[in-house]
Design a protein around this ligand. Structure first.
Ligand code: FAD
Length: 559
């Protein structure tokens, strides 16, 4: 043991001394990014290449899927439109959660959009996908979801563990999260489930992608599981189109992918099915990217595609339908003294499936999409007390489902532009009823003893409601009764929870093996296949889905 361990000890001493010498807080120590030989800029890609599996989108589902597929005798290509999350790991630390989302530059790792509902949103544009820009909270799905998604429970559990071993951490006990946890228990969101990844009624602490130093770990880290000799990942590889062969009345067969590199160079990667009928193209471009790319490739509602000059491969009216996002509503809570910031580590789940979560220390108004302009406060004297916009917490609730659904439509044929999106928040009465009931619980938690020491004494719950109506991050008009009716409050202050799903749903666009109906050699594996958002927060399940489907595809390859 001697030499090996004393070397490790010396290395550790060196790191600590180096960090102190440079005046770094230990907690801010940078994350040592893995070095992958197989990740390259797409400018280095050949004009024409051949692979067994081509995965479009190196995101939350795409990375575990590709890593798994590469572990057998198959050559795997991943095409990711964004860059590497390891280029600047400071940018993706916990404290930079909001500033990343508000970076609207062309090379930003977050692409923002405003839905037809007048609610701003964000989609990832980076290797690792949503796991690089999200809140990091990790919680598994309910068993109902596994049945719905056709995933065997044992395989799901193994896959969750495979992910957790590499990138999921037990969080530190943050002051604000502990107060919220106690508040939820105090108002009856019971039982106390302690620390668990499982989806259980009651209050629990769950996992996070942030390690104890606040460094983020992402789906891209799962590529450490890959066989480096069998996988290639191209960055800044924007896929414009999937190509198909259509021979003598047979079903169209996906056979290639056209992508462009950062210099505008055109490339085509073919799946090898002339020699091997098990090759496939797998679309994992996310709930917005996957339906968009199917349509741009000629699979979607025929009349709309023709009106944009797109050649129809398959008339499939359900592509882009049933798009949904979990609505989020809550209360802003300014507090008098500075406390360390935190992202979500605690969740409460009540019997009617309201989910309660919170974060603190961030200026939410930056997300409003109004360029930082603030509506006038109805109570300026109280707000003056909350002199720092980061001395505030947001206690938020969302709902199971949701039942309300919208749509995605192409606005043009440019893959880099956002399509038109509408989520129809609260169109279904049951969603609104759940929101009102959840808001009542939020008000109770805010008034609990556990939260009392974080409140300005002379600031009432009504003051918080008035303030949140003014500051909620959306561009929706405010109705005069938004401060007096919780129904109107829910409608007017709704924000995204960023849990977009639908557009390529199981049984409507893909079958239970995630194969696109009516076509061969093409699957969609990501959040676009969901009919409801799994668990309280979906990333655990999307990561698990990537791994599980990788295992299933390899099994069918052996047959
Ligand atoms: P993504 O991870 O988005 O992957 C799609 C990938 O495809 C992206 O990398 C994209 O760049 C790439 N792509 C798209 N189009 C193309 C193209 N044409 N060519 C090449 N590549 C392309 N979930 C949680 O569980 N916990 C949280 O705390 C949480 N917080 C969130 C906070 C924010 C701000 C956001 C945005 C999301 C949050 N989520 C959270 C949701 C979760 O992160 C997403 O649901 C999940 O990451 C989506 O996974 P996906 O594989 O479907 O898509």
């Amino acid at each position: 043991m001697g030499l090996k361990y004393s070397r490790r000890f010396l290395a550790l001493v060196f790191i600590v001394v180096f960090a102190n010498f440079h005046g770094l807080n230990y907690a801010e120590k940078a994350f040592a990014a893995p070095k992958y030989s197989f990740i390259q800029e797409a400018t280095s890609a050949p004009e024409v290449s051949f692979y067994d599996y081509i995965v479009i989108g190196g995101g939350t589902a795409g990375c575990p899927l590709a890593a798994t597929l590469s572990t057998r005798d198959a050559k795997v290509l991943v095409l990711e439109r964004g860059g590497s999350p390891y280029t600047n790991t400071t940018k993706i630390r916990m404290e930079n959660f909001i500033s990343t989302l508000t970076d609207d530059s062309p090379n930003s790792i977050s692409q923002s959009f405003i839905s037809e509902d007048r609610v701003p949103g964000n989609r990832a544009r980076v290797l690792g996908g949503g796991t690089v820009i999200n809140g990091g909270f990790y919680s598994r799905a309910e068993t109902l979801f596994l049945k719905e998604a056709g995933i065997d429970e044992a395989l799901a559990n193994e896959s969750y563990e495979w992910v957790e071993k590499k990138i999921v951490y037990k969080p530190r006990a943050f002051q604000w999260q502990t107060a919220v946890r106690n508040g939820l228990l105090e108002v009856g969101v019971l039982p106390d489930n302690g620390f668990t990844f499982a989806h259980l009624n009651g209050t629990k602490t769950s996992g996070t992608l942030f390690d104890k130093n606040g460094n983020r770990h992402t789906a891209a880290d799962l590529l450490e599981y890959a066989n480096p000799t069998m996988i290639k990942v191209y960055l800044h590889a924007v896929v414009h189109k999937i190509t198909f062969t259509t021979k003598d009345g047979q079903r169209p067969k996906a056979d290639g992918v056209i992508f462009y590199d950062a210099n505008g160079g055109r490339h085509i990667a073919y799946s090898k099915h002339e020699s091997n009928n098990r090759s496939e193209i797998i679309l994992s471009a996310g709930a917005i990217g996957s339906p968009q790319l199917l349509m741009l490739s000629g699979i979607g509602p025929a009349a709309r595609l023709r009106s944009l000059g797109i050649k129809v491969v398959l008339d499939q009216p359900m592509v882009g339908r049933e798009m949904a996002d979990k609505p989020s509503n809550g209360l802003l809570i300014p507090y008098p003294t500075h406390i360390p910031l935190s992202l979500i580590t605690v969740v409460g789940i009540n019997k009617i499936s309201n989910y309660f979560e919170s974060f603190n220390g961030f200026d939410l108004s930056d997300l409003s999409g109004s360029g930082g302009a603030q509506p006038q406060s109805s109570n300026p004297s109280q707000e003056a007390l909350a002199n720092s916009t980061t001395n505030q917490a947001f206690l938020v609730q969302t709902i199971f489902g949701p039942i309300s659904k919208g749509y995605l439509e192409l606005q043009n044929t440019n893959v880099s532009d956002n399509p038109k999106l509408r989520f129809n928040y609260f169109q279904a009465a049951v969603d609104l009823r759940r929101c009102v009931s959840g808001m009542q619980t939020i008000i109770n938690v805010v008034n609990s003893d556990s939260l009392s020491r974080f409140r300005f004494r002379n600031m009432t719950t009504q003051d918080l409601i008035n303030m949140t109506v003014n500051r909620a991050a959306n561009l929706r008009p405010r109705n005069p009764n938004a401060t007096t009716s919780l129904e109107q409050y829910c409608i007017d202050t709704v924000m995204t929870f960023w849990h977009y799903h639908g557009g390529c749903q199981i049984r409507k666009v893909v079958d239970r093996d995630y194969k696109v109906l009516g076509l061969d050699q093409l699957r969609v594996i990501d959040a676009s296949t969901f009919s409801f958002s799994p668990g309280t927060n979906p990333q655990a399940t999307i990561l698990m889905l990537g791994r599980s489907m990788g295992r299933r595809i390899l099994q069918s390859r052996r047959r």
